[in-house]
Write a protein that binds this ligand. Structure first.
Ligand SMILES: NC(=O)c1ccc[n+]([C@@H]2O[C@H](COP(=O)([O-])OP(=O)(O)OC[C@H]3O[C@@H](n4cnc5c(N)ncnc54)[C@H](OP(=O)(O)O)[C@@H]3O)[C@@H](O)[C@H]2O)c1
Ligand SMILES: *[C@@H]1O[C@H](CO)[C@@H](O)[C@H](O)[C@H]1NC(C)=O
Ligand SMILES: *[C@@H]1O[C@H](CO)[C@@H](O)[C@H](O)[C@H]1NC(C)=O
Ligand SMILES: *[C@@H]1O[C@H](CO)[C@@H](O)[C@H](O)[C@H]1NC(C)=O
Ligand SMILES: *[C@@H]1O[C@H](CO)[C@@H](O)[C@H](O)[C@H]1NC(C)=O
Length: 459
C-alpha cells in the first residue's frame, strides 16, 4: 500500500454550519443526542477513521475525526452523511467546509468560545460541547485524541468567557428570536400581542424569560408536561403564565398572534392543513400570525409559508437580528483570539507528546532484548550450579547498566510540559533515536493500522 507510508493521522472536521448551509439541509443531517454513540461507532467502522465525535446543534452539524488518510477519510465521512440524510454527495460538498489539524482545532476552540455563533459569545454552545464529552464517555470511538480535543475546547470556552467580556449581554438564540418578533410586530402591539410558547425545555424557558424582560405580562405555554411551570411562575412574579397540554396546541394557536416553537420533535408540529383554518389575526398586530421556529429539525413545516396570513421565520432568519454591530463583534473576537492562540499551542504540544510515547516503548524494548540475550549468554557460561544470589546479582547488573544508559535519552523524549522549545527538541530527539537505533519497522504504523482495519471489515 504505497502512499500511506509516513502519512500521520490527522484531525479533520467536516462541517455544515449556519454560515455555509441552509436549515433545510442541516435539519436532515441533525443527529439526536441519543443516537450519538451509535453514530460514533458507525463512523469508526469506516476504513480510514480511528476516532470520531459529532457536534450537532441548531446552528451546525460538524463531524470531528482522527483519520488515517485525510482525503480518503473525508470521502468516507461525506458518503456516510449523504446516506444518513438522503442529501446527494455533490450537494453536501457544495456546502460543507473542511479543516485539518491545527485549523480544525482552532475552529472547535472558536466554536466553543462562541465566536462562530449567531449570537456572539452565547453560552448554549459551551453546554453543547460539554454534552458531546458526556455523551461520548465510555464510547470506544470517542478516543484519546478526540476526547482530548473536546475537553480542551471546554477549557477554552470557559477561559474566554471568564477572561474577556465576550458574553456580556449575549444570551442565546432565544433572545434573538424574541428580538425578531418585536421587530416584526407594530410598535403599538408590543405589550398586547398574544404570545404562545410551544415547548418549554431549555430554549422555551429562555424565550419566556426574554418575553418577560421585554414587558410581556401574559403568555400561554404548551408543553408535554407541566412539572416546572410552577417554578417559572414563581421566578416571574406578576406575569400570567398559562399552561396548556399538547393536545390543546391548535386551539391555543387560534388565540395567538405570535407562536414560538422550540421542541426536540423530529417531525413538524405545524403543517399547512393545521394552519390554514386558523382564524386571522387582527390588523393591530400587523395582520400576520408570526411563527418563530428556533428548532432544528424545524417544528413548523416549510409548507406553512404558503398559508396566507401566516409568516414563518426559522433559525436562519435570526441573522437579520444579530448582524447588527459588526465592529463590536470584531473587537470582542480579537480579545478572545489571544486566549485561543495560547491554548492552541498547548493542545498541539500535548498531541505531539503522544507521538514520542511509541519511541520510548520501542527503545526500551530494543534495549531489553539486547540485555536478555547477553544475560542468557553470560549465565550459560557460568554453569548450572551457580547460587541464586549470584544469578540475581548478574541480572541486577544488566538492568542497572541498561537503566542508567537509557535514563538520559528517555528524559529527552518525555515532554509533559507545554514549552514548545523542549517539545521540538523531544521530537527531534525522537527522530534521531529512531534513525540511530533503527526503531522504525519497515511498515509504518499508519499502514499497519489500515491493514488491520481492512482485514477486520472483511471478516
Ligand atoms: N439548546 C440550544 O442552544 C438551542 C439553540 C437554538 C435552537 N435549539 C433548538 O431548540 C429545540 C429545543 O432545544 P432545547 O435545547 O430547548 O431542548 P430540550 O431542553 O431538550 O427541550 C426539548 C423540549 O421538546 C419537547 N419534545 C421533545 N420531543 C417532542 C415531540 N415529539 N413533541 C413535542 N414536544 C417534544 C421536550 O419534552 P419531553 O422531555 O417530554 O420530550 C422538551 O420540552 C431543538 O430543536 C434545538 O435544536 C436549541
Ligand atoms: C492518538 O492517541 C494515541 C495515544 O493514545 C497515539 O498513539 C496516536 O498517535 C494518536 N493519534 C493521533 C492522530 O494523534
Ligand atoms: C416541559 O416538559 C418537559 C418534559 O416533557 C419537562 O422536562 C419540562 O420541565 C417542562 N417544562 C415546564 C416549564 O414545565
Ligand atoms: C533458586 O530459584 C529457583 C527458581 O527461581 C528455585 O526453584 C530454587 O528453590 C532456588 N534455590 C534456592 C537455593 O533458593
Ligand atoms: C504551561 O503553561 C502555563 C502558562 O502558559 C504555565 O503556567 C504552566 O506552568 C505550564 N505548565 C508546564 C507543565 O510547563
Amino acid at each position: 500500500m504505497p502512499g500511506y507510508t509516513k502519512e500521520r493521522s490527522s484531525i479533520v472536521v467536516i462541517g455544515l454550519s449556519v454560515h455555509t448551509a441552509p436549515v433545510e439541509m442541516r435539519e436532515k443531517l441533525a443527529i439526536p443526542e441519543a443516537e450519538m454513540p451509535r453514530a460514533i461507532g458507525v463512523l469508526c467502522g469506516l476504513n480510514h477513521i480511528e476516532e470520531a465525535a459529532v457536534l450537532s446543534t441548531c446552528n451546525r452539524m460538524e463531524i470531528y475525526v482522527v483519520a488515517l488518510s485525510q482525503h480518503r477519510g473525508v470521502k468516507e465521512v461525506t458518503e456516510w452523511m449523504s446516506k444518513t440524510s438522503g442529501i446527494p454527495v455533490s450537494e453536501i460538498c457544495e456546502h460543507r467546509f473542511l479543516l485539518y489539524n491545527k485549523d480544525a482545532t482552532q475552529h472547535l476552540f472558536e466554536v466553543s468560545a462562541g465566536l462562530d455563533s449567531l449570537v456572539l459569545g452565547e453560552g448554549q454552545i459551551l453546554a453543547q460541547v460539554r454534552q458531546v464529552v458526556k455523551a461520548g464517555e465510555g464510547v470506544l470511538g470517542f478516543g484519546r485524541n478526540i476526547s482530548g480535543l473536546f475537553k480542551h475546547a471546554i477549557t477554552v470556552g470557559k477561559r474566554v468567557r471568564t477572561e474577556t467580556n465576550i458574553a456580556a449581554g449575549a444570551v442565546s438564540v432565544s433572545s434573538a428570536a424574541v428580538e425578531l418578533a418585536f421587530m416584526k410586530l407594530p410598535e403599538s402591539s408590543h405589550t398586547t400581542a398574544r404570545m404562545l410558547v410551544v415547548g418549554a425545555g431549555k430554549m422555551g424557558k429562555l424565550v419566556i424569560k426574554h418575553l418577560v424582560a421585554k414587558g410581556c405580562t401574559k403568555m400561554v405555554v404548551v408543553n408535554r408536561s407541566e412539572e416546572k411551570v410552577a417554578a417559572i411562575r414563581e421566578e416571574m412574579k406578576g406575569v400570567e403564565i398559562i399552561y396548556r397540554p399538547f393536545t390543546d396546541m391548535l386551539a391555543c394557536s387560534a388565540e395567538a398572534d405570535v407562536i414560538f416553537t422550540s421542541t426536540a420533535s423530529e417531525t413538524p408540529l405545524f403543517l399547512k392543513e393545521h394552519v390554514k383554518d386558523l382564524p386571522p389575526v387582527s390588523s393591530e398586530v400587523g395582520g400576520l400570525r408570526l411563527f418563530i421556529d428556533i428548532s432544528v429539525p424545524r417544528n413548523v413545516g416549510s409548507c406553512v409559508t404558503d398559508v396566507e396570513g401566516a409568516q414563518v421565520y426559522n433559525v436562519d432568519d435570526l441573522k437579520e437580528v444579530v448582524a447588527a454591530n459588526k465592529e463590536d463583534r470584531l473587537r470582542k473576537a480579537m480579545e478572545a483570539q489571544a486566549i485561543i492562540t495560547e491554548e492552541l499551542k498547548q493542545f498541539e504540544a500535548w498531541r505531539d507528546s503522544l507521538e514520542t510515547v511509541p519511541t520510548i516503548k520501542k527503545l526500551r524494548a530494543y534495549a531489553d532484548r539486547i540485555r536478555l540475550a547477553e544475560l542468557e549468554k553470560c549465565l550459560s557460561k557460568m554453569g548450572e550450579d551457580i547460587p541464586n544470589k549470584t544469578r540475581k546479582a548478574v541480572d541486577d547488573l544488566s538492568r542497572g547498566i541498561v537503566n542508567k544508559l537509557l535514563h538520559g535519552p528517555m528524559q529527552h523524549l518525555r515532554c509533559d510540559g507545554n514549552d514548545s522549545r523542549t517539545l521540538n527538541e523531544a521530537l527531534e530527539n525522537m527522530n534521531a533515536l529512531n534513525r540511530m537505533f533503527g526503531l522504525e519497522s519497515d511498515l509504518s504504523l499508519v499502514e499497519q493500522k489500515i491493514r488491520a482495519k481492512v482485514e477486520q471489515s472483511q471478516k
